[in-house]
Design a protein around this ligand. Structure first.
Ligand SMILES: Nc1nc2c(c(=O)[nH]1)N[C@H]1C(S)=C(S)[C@@H](COP(=O)(O)OP(=O)(O)OC[C@H]3O[C@@H](n4cnc5c(N)ncnc54)[C@H](O)[C@@H]3O)O[C@H]1N2
Ligand code: MOO
Length: 635
């Protein structure tokens, strides 16, 4: 079968304008709902008050209702005496004012002379302390315009104004069709090539959040006729159709063809990344969106197009993105052909927001879970230099961001454990961006992180971390907080079939090695050890074969593609490999001395010094925490 050829390069805003123009005649029906249940609904017509509020004159205070004229002569020296039943009645806040009275005096201003007599020493002004009819809402007044999204405060005004039912747009019924022969339902047994279907579940939650009613269809295999039947059915019974995956140009990507056959495709391809191959069209007069399969691409299509669509059919133009200005912690390149959405971690350091970019892949759902914000790099730019002030769409409140401790540096699982224990305390969160030890040190130097986690061996002295901090950050007073010693060792297949017990054995036994990339702490350690032992790297088979993480090294050995590699114990444990300890690596926290006083940092230090944290380290294994918490000021 021939592949599709596609993809226009239209901008996001242009595409949305064209799409909404094409479907502008499609509007949802209307319905009446109880006012108290109308939160979040969109008014289908203007709503006017049926009664005034208050609808009678009433007292605004507790006191007595009287006639102002009778009090005009009252002074300190010449109090006026009033008698109950003759000159006044006692009245509480909210009580109606009897016709014969025209003002209310607060109980605090009364001098009680007897059970039923009071004196006052200040004249009252006519209508004082009286809420007049319609003071809040006047009968016939506009309470809400049409196309207004009803909020909790609106419900109060509507009910006070005698409106107990409101006419709103029906919520759109949204059909979600997951497609793909590789998809299996959660819980089904997995074999190579299977993907657990989850996009549709994310969409359903998003549709609800946007104000629609989601219905998820069963997974449809990559089969033109089956897909056509599902879309046809959905377009007859639902208001909006979301067709997930098969939006690209592959042999089994039928989405475009199905939509074309049943209706019209207006746009295939938008200049955004991720999310480029999106399809916008109409079937049976119903809007349909073909959403790319990759979860991150799908997320941005939902947030930027489907959210607008769900609001548009209810007559509402949503613009609810919130932005802050932040300083970029590292240079980021982007193609000038696309508007790119880059997930970032955010922190607030020395009075300014810092944005640290994280993973960019379209398949990395965790980048969305971890993101504090999204940096939108415009189409016409090729990226931003480190230090540029950029606008970031925030996914958290500014308060939450201000209570975030930012860590930029080398990653280790134990940071996630510390983050969890810190979050449990309720106030602060730890956000970490993984850029390696040197990247972390550079961020410290540029005041873009609260602290950096580092493990850098000085090959001259054999000492960890200190000399790097001194060399890279000469102008800031930095403390090194001892964190853990990580046991680095050789990972070998379970049972150690080649009987490798040292680095020398790699050469002796002719084992196939898999290395880490140049510049990584582990690579520096390996080279240091090889030099110390007098081993020539050229004698190691596979010395030039590089992987980027501990886990990927472990995975190569588990798959049988290599016999040995250097890495941390936890990676060996996860991949069920044997582990031969080689050296202890010092993984420490470098932090400006002044930040030791920050409340969030103090709490973080309490967390890592706690027994609970150490217990977690014991469970993981491979960590020595005998010096944990020791603070060394680097002079
Ligand atoms: N020749 C070209 N190939 C591709 C291009 C291109 O321009 N030219 N664009 C790439 C881009 S960008 C994207 S995005 C993807 C979009 O692909 P499809 O929409 O056709 O999606 P699939 O290939 O079917 O799936 C991609 C990926 O996502 C997983 N997936 C799909 N549905 C679900 C689901 N419901 N739950 C969880 N995961 C799902 C799927 O298994 C795949 O791994 O095309 C590129 N190709
Ligand atoms: O544009 Mo695709 O949507 O990057 O992954």
């Amino acid at each position: 079968m021939r592949q599709n050829i596609y993809l226009s390069n239209i901008s996001l805003n242009e595409a949305i304008d064209i799409f909404l123009e094409k479907i502008k005649d499609f509007k949802l029906g209307r319905e009446y709902v109880k006012t108290y249940g109308a939160n979040g609904r969109v008014t289908a017509k203007p709503i006017f008050a049926k009664i005034s509020s208050p609808f009678y004159s009433c007292s605004a205070v507790d006191g007595i209702a009287t006639v102002a004229k009778k009090t005009f002569t009252a002074t300190d020296k010449n109090p006026v005496r009033l008698k109950e039943g003759v000159d006044y009645v006692v009245i509480d806040t909210g009580d109606p004012i009897p016709d014969e009275y025209d003002c209310v005096i607060m109980v605090e201003d009364l001098i009680w002379v007897s059970q039923d007599e009071v004196e006052i020493i200040k004249p009252a002004i006519p209508w004082q302390n009286i809420r007049q009819i319609g003071e809040d809402i006047v009968e016939g007044q506009l309470i809400l315009p049409q196309s207004h999204r009803i909020r909790p405060v609106d419900i109060g005004a509507l009910i006070a104004g005698g409106v107990f039912e409101v006419e709103v747009y029906k919520k759109p019924k949204v059909a979600i069709i997951p497609t793909g022969t590789e998809l299996v339902e959660p819980g089904e047994e997995l074999k190579v090539g299977d993907i657990i279907e989850f996009n549709s579940r994310v969409f359903a939650a998003q549709v609800e959040e946007y104000g629609g009613i989601p219905t998820r269809f069963d997974i449809v295999r990559d089969d033109f006729e089956k897909l056509k039947a599902a879309v046809d059915k959905a377009s007859k019974e639902y208001d909006i159709i979301l067709l997930n995956a098969g939006s690209s140009a592959g042999r089994e990507d039928y989405s475009k063809k199905v939509i074309e056959t049943l209706g019209e495709v207006y746009i295939h391809g938008i200049a955004i990344k991720p999310g480029k191959p999106v399809i916008l069209g109409k079937v049976n007069n119903k809007p349909i969106v073909g959403i790319p399969g990759f979860p991150v691409s799908a997320y941005f299509i939902m947030e930027n197009i489907v959210k607008k669509l769900i609001n548009f059919v209810q007559g509402y133009d949503i613009k609810d993105k919130r932005y802050i200005e932040a300083t970029l912690s590292k240079r980021i390149m982007s193609s000038s052909k696309y508007l790119e959405f880059v997930r970032v971690k955010l922190g607030f350091i020395d009075g300014k927001y810092i944005a640290a970019p994280i993973e960019r892949g379209a398949g990395t759902t965790m980048s969305l879970v971890r993101a504090d914000g999204v940096l939108e790099i415009p189409e016409e730019l090729e990226g931003y230099e480190k230090g540029t002030r950029v606008n970031v769409n925030i996914l958290k409140s500014e308060d939450e961001i201000k209570n975030t401790i930012l860590c930029i540096g080398s990653h280790d699982l134990i940071l996630d454990i510390a983050a969890d224990l810190l979050a449990k305390r309720g106030k602060f969160t730890l956000s970490s961006a993984h850029v390696g030890s040197i990247g972390g040190i550079l961020s410290l130097k540029d005041r873009e992180t609260h602290f950096a986690t580092i493990h850098l061996l000085d090959v001259e002295t054999g000492e960890y971390n200190k000399s790097y901090v001194k060399r890279y950050i000469p102008n800031r007073k930095i403390a090194l907080i001892k964190f853990v010693k990580r046991i680095q060792g050789l990972m070998v297949k379970k049972g150690n079939p080649l009987e490798i017990n040292s680095l020398e054995d790699i050469v002796k036994k002719g084992a196939r090695f898999v290395n880490r990339q140049k510049g990584s702490g582990t690579r520096i350690l390996l080279d240091y050890e090889l030099k110390r032992l007098g081993i020539n790297p050229k004698d190691i088979i596979g010395y030039d074969r590089e992987e980027y993480t501990h886990i990927s090294v472990a995975a190569q050995i588990a798959k049988g593609n290599a016999d040995a590699g250097l890495g941390v114990f936890s990676a060996a444990k996860i991949m069920d490999l044997d582990f031969i300890p080689i050296a202890n690596e010092e993984y420490d926290i470098a932090i400006p001395v002044e930040y030791l006083e920050l409340e969030g940092v103090k709490q973080f230090l309490e967390v890592i010094n706690s027994e609970e944290f150490k217990n977690e380290l014991d469970k993981l294994g491979g960590y020595d925490y005998s010096n944990l918490g020791e603070i060394i000021i680097i002079e």
